[in-house]
Unconditional design. Structure first.
Length: 358
């Protein structure tokens, strides 16, 4: 039976909106493909760095901007959150307890000191500069642990605003990219041998891909030491996220007792208390244990590593697309000063640590 014009209009309005997450996820997949192409053309540019930059570009290109801010936004947000969690879980397969212990307790203590000094110093400086929201916490996390991956993990536990996450990822990515060019030029003036240079890079550069790109200039010995030290920093992601979750729960309890409402990021955006160890962090630790057992064949580890890079690239494209440059410009001087100060801090403390443990 034919429908009247009013019935057709009513039926159309009652239909669910087309797309859901699909347009954004497809755009993220296209961004990953573009990032892979950039890396293939210019191997010095890590895939994850390219993904963030391409996401930022997509958010500001006149032709793509309405799509990024409109129909693609839900899927891009999903990529930045859920795919980030999956990528962090798989990141655990790059680690084994034997590798970490093989560094020696002196090096382990050096890494702990570098992470603690960088995190505490950056957090203090960010708050002194008056940066908004969770930006001081997120930047401190990114510089001290493992760049954008750590920012994504901590933001899940703290319920941080997407704009704070995007601005922090952009800053950490920029400084990590600059490290690829700057640190190799300082190796010989600072009197660092191959092993010492690798440890310095592993202790001071943010993202794993950026560490590899920087350390490979110093030779295979430098690359091996850099990756081991860097992965030791990655291990500290789990206790840091747990500490943030505990802090959020305490803040919620205080808000409830003293204010009577669910402040503390509106109970981390969901009305419920975050677990002390989020599920994806538990998965990350489980993957470390699995890798330590030696049960997985090399082929499986290779496939998992490829999947992890693709997931993180999609997540970082999604986060990059949330960067709003006009907003960043308004706090540009302060956040740039924080980035520079934290960069000098982590490079100086890690250099001192390498000299003391050489």
């Amino acid at each position: 039976m034919a429908l009247t014009l009013r019935e057709r209009t009513t039926r159309t309005r009652s239909l669910p909106p087309l797309g859901g997450d699909a347009p954004g996820l497809l755009l993220a997949a296209a961004g990953v493909a573009a990032a892979l192409a950039v890396h293939a053309a210019v191997p010095a540019v890590p895939k994850l760095t390219a993904a963030v930059v391409l996401g930022m570009a997509a958010a500001h290109l006149p032709g793509l901007r309405p799509v990024v801010r409109g129909v693609a936004r839900p899927g891009l947000s999903t990529a930045g959150k859920r795919l980030m969690r999956l990528g962090i879980v798989l990141l655990g397969l790059k680690l084994s307890l034997g590798d970490v212990l093989g560094l020696g307790w002196v090096t382990v203590l050096m890494v702990l000191a570098v992470v603690a000094a960088t995190f505490g110093g950056t957090l203090w400086l960010g708050r002194r500069l008056g940066l908004p929201g969770d930006q001081p916490l997120l930047v401190a996390t990114g510089y001290s642990i493992c760049g954008a991956s750590a920012i994504g993990a901590v933001s899940q536990a703290s319920g941080s605003d997407e704009e704070d996450v995007a601005a922090s990822v952009a800053l950490v990515t920029l400084c990590g990219t600059l490290a690829i060019a700057v640190l190799p030029l300082l190796q010989h003036p600072l009197g660092l041998g191959e092993v010492e240079f690798g440890r310095w890079v592993g202790a001071s550069v943010h993202d794993v891909g950026q560490v590899v790109a920087t350390a490979q200039t110093g030779g295979p010995g430098a690359l091996r030491e850099a990756v081991l030290v860097k992965l030791m920093r990655v291990v500290l992601l789990a206790p840091l996220v747990a500490a943030v979750a505990v802090a959020v729960r305490r803040r919620q309890r205080w808000d409830k007792e003293n204010i009577g409402g669910a402040t503390a990021k509106e109970s981390v955006k969901s009305g419920s208390r975050p677990p002390i160890v989020p599920l994806f962090v538990a998965g990350f630790l489980a993957m470390i244990v699995l890798r330590t057992t030696g049960a997985l064949p090399e082929r499986a580890l290779t496939l998992a590593g490829d999947a992890q890079e693709l997931l993180l690239a999609a997540a970082l494209f999604g986060l990059g697309s949330a960067v709003h440059l006009p907003t960043m410009v308004r706090t540009g001087g302060r956040i740039a000063l924080l980035g520079l100060g934290s960069w000098v801090m982590v490079a100086g403390v890690s250099y001192a640590g390498v000299l003391l443990t050489a």
